[in-house]
Every structure is written in structure tokens, then in C-alpha cells.
Design a protein around this ligand. Structure first.
Ligand SMILES: Nc1ncnc2c1ncn2[C@@H]1O[C@H](COP(=O)(O)OP(=O)(O)OP(=O)(O)O)[C@@H](O)[C@H]1O
Ligand SMILES: [Mg+2]
Length: 316
């Protein structure tokens, strides 16, 4: 057992003793300040990382001890009622923390919705406004072309061809950003569209295997689309991989998504714990997952590629 585990054990023992003393005090006196101690002990226990089950165990052990010591069968019913009240009070910091957690999750939900709206706005701006500017530029150039010699007209045509490619690329990117296919046809067709585009641009082989059937809740489909989008962006930015494999399965009421690349890999625990080296992508994935009750597991070995496993509970 290392030093910090020893310290933790000592703290827990101190807490158990304090709990038993305060419980005995409350059973004997029924005083408000003894009940207040239960709340304080609960707060300390929560800060020390004790779970509700450990609190329950602590309460049972203390109650058995105290009842034996004070031994007054005549007021057993009253003692048990007070003990229950005391235990409830010691758990109230947990209840508050739980409420805070629920509030944080619903704030995350709202944040994700706002983010999606913002992405949609940018996608439309890229598609419509940049697209219209390019059309205007082409029109202006065809006006200019009429006044030019045939050889200059040829060179201008080269510029027009490049502008056509820019327009196509912008259209594609705006669709990938917020694919209408995701709403209309669902996750797998949207991912096919996304992976084809990235595969072509990054010269990467991406294989998508899916055994999913039917549709999932829109927020689940959007979260998975965004996660795979970020995972693939990471592969193109950091992995120097040649192949990526994506697998989607529905397993025991959980949607499983595995993204594996054969790139350089990275030391995930040290990258994720180091604030200076941490980007927003993986943190964003975790936050999106919290909002739908999902989890992320990263398995990466330097020199041997990276695997992300996402699990999201779903009711079809
Ligand atoms: N597939 C991967 N292969 C190799 N390294 C990776 C891979 N995915 C992530 N990493 C490493 O993990 C780090 C954190 O990734 P994360 O997506 O959180 O941030 P980022 O990509 O650096 O920045 P951002 O996503 O904010 O643009 C990356 O900087 C990179 O070092
Ligand atoms: Mg990233």
C-alpha cells in the first residue's frame, strides 16, 4: 500500500469515528447541532471520494456500535428513527452533488444544441454566401474575358476552372459540416459521404462497416457523426496512418462505435492529463458523450496506432 492510500485509509477511519460519535450524540440528545455534524461529515466524505455505498456501510457499522453501547431497548424505535434522520442528513451533500450533476448535464445538452445551430449557420454561410460570391466572381470574369485577346482568355479560363473547384470543395465541406443526409437518410449514409470526402482529400483508406438497422434518436446520430468527424480529423492531423476502420454495432442496448487507425499512436494518459498539450477535440468528444450517457475508451500504443471505442446506451 502506498503513502497516499495509507493517508486515505487514516482519513476514512477518522471519519468513521467522527460519524459514530456524532450519531451517538444525536441519538442521546436529539440536538440540532449534532444533526449539523452529519451534514459536515457527509461533505467531507464526498470530498474524500467516498461513495454512497461506503457511507451506508459506515452508517450501519456506527449504528450497531452505538446501539450496543447505549443499550436502551425502551427507546429503540425513537433511536432508529433518529438514526435514519441522521443518515439522511449525512447523504444530503450527495443529493446536492447529484442535482448539480443533473443540471450540468442539461447545460451540456443545451450547449450541444447551440453548437449544432452554430455549425448549421456556418455551413449555410459557407454554402450560400461564399457560393454566391464565387458566382459573382465568375460573372465578372466572363465580362472581362470579352475584352481580352484569345491567349489571355485562355489563361482566364484556367482561373475560372480553379474557381469551379473551389466552389465544389466549399459545397462539399458545407455538406460535411452539417449534412442534410444525416437528417434525411441517417447516420450510415452521412458517414459514407463524410468518409468518401476525407478519404479522397487525405489519401487515406477508410473502411466503414455497419450492422446498424433503422434510425436512432437525432441527438445520438448527431453525437456519433461529430465524434467520428473529430476522430477522422485527428487521424489526418496527427496519425500519419494509411488505413482507418470504423465499425458500428448495436450490442446489448448499447451502440458501439470503434475507430481504429494504423498510424503512429500516442501516449493517451499523458497527453490527456497535460493541459498544455491538450486540444479541444477529445475533450469535446467526452462532453458530447456525457450529454447522452455514453463513454469513450482510448487505446493507443506509440508506433502501433490508435483505437477509440465509444459506447452509447440506446433504446431503439
Ligand atoms: N489518431 C491519433 N493518432 C495520433 N495521435 C493522436 C490521435 N488522436 C489524437 N492524438 C493526440 O492527442 C492529442 C489530443 O487530441 P485532440 O483532438 O484533443 O486535440 P488536437 O487535435 O491537438 O486539437 P483540436 O482537436 O482542438 O483541434 C493530439 O494533439 C495528438 O497528439
Ligand atoms: Mg483534434
Amino acid at each position: 500500500m502506498n503513502v497516499s492510500q495509507n493517508i486515505q485509509k487514516d482519513q476514512t477511519r477518522d471519519l468513521e469515528r467522527a460519524y459514530a460519535r456524532a450519531l451517538e450524540d444525536y441519538l442521546s440528545s436529539g440536538r440540532e447541532d449534532a444533526l449539523q455534524s452529519a451534514y459536515e461529515i457527509g461533505r467531507t466524505a464526498l470530498a474524500d471520494g467516498l461513495g454512497v455505498l461506503e457511507m451506508a456501510a459506515m452508517h450501519h457499522a456506527a449504528l450497531a456500535q452505538v446501539l450496543q453501547r447505549i443499550s436502551r431497548p425502551a427507546s429503540l424505535k425513537q433511536d432508529l428513527d433518529r438514526a435514519q434522520e441522521f443518515f439522511g442528513e449525512s447523504l444530503s451533500p450527495y443529493e446536492m452533488a447529484h442535482r448539480g450533476f443533473r443540471d450540468a448535464i442539461s447545460a451540456l445538452h443545451r450547449l450541444n444544441e447551440t453548437l449544432e445551430q452554430e455549425i448549421q449557420r456556418i455551413a449555410h454561410a459557407v454554402h450560400d454566401e461564399a457560393g454566391q460570391l464565387l458566382v459573382a466572381a465568375r460573372l465578372a470574369m466572363s465580362g472581362v474575358a470579352r475584352d481580352l485577346s484569345p491567349s489571355l482568355q485562355g489563361r482566364l479560363q484556367e482561373v475560372v476552372t480553379i474557381l469551379d473547384q473551389v466552389e465544389k470543395q466549399l459545397r462539399r465541406l458545407s455538406h460535411e459540416l452539417r449534412p442534410t443526409i444525416l437528417d434525411d437518410l441517417g447516420l450510415v449514409p452521412a458517414l459514407q459521404f463524410l468518409t468518401e470526402g476525407i478519404s479522397r482529400r487525405a489519401e487515406l483508406s477508410i473502411r466503414l462497416h455497419s450492422s446498424l438497422e433503422g434510425r436512432y434518436a437525432p441527438n445520438v446520430e448527431t453525437v456519433l457523426y461529430r465524434i467520428i468527424q473529430e476522430a477522422l480529423t485527428n487521424v489526418t492531423k496527427h496519425a500519419r496512418a494509411k488505413n482507418v476502420e470504423i465499425q458500428l454495432t448495436n450490442f446489448a442496448k448499447n451502440l458501439h462505435c470503434l475507430v481504429h487507425d494504423d498510424g503512429v499512436g500516442f501516449d493517451a494518459p499523458s497527453v490527456l492529463s497535460c493541459k498544455e498539450r491538450r486540444g479541444l477535440g477529445l475533450v469535446g468528444i467526452r462532453e458530447r458523450l456525457i450529454a447522452v450517457g455514453g463513454t469513450l475508451q482510448i487505446d493507443s500504443v506509440v508506433g502501433r496506432g490508435t483505437e477509440l471505442l465509444v459506447k452509447i446506451p440506446v433504446e431503439k
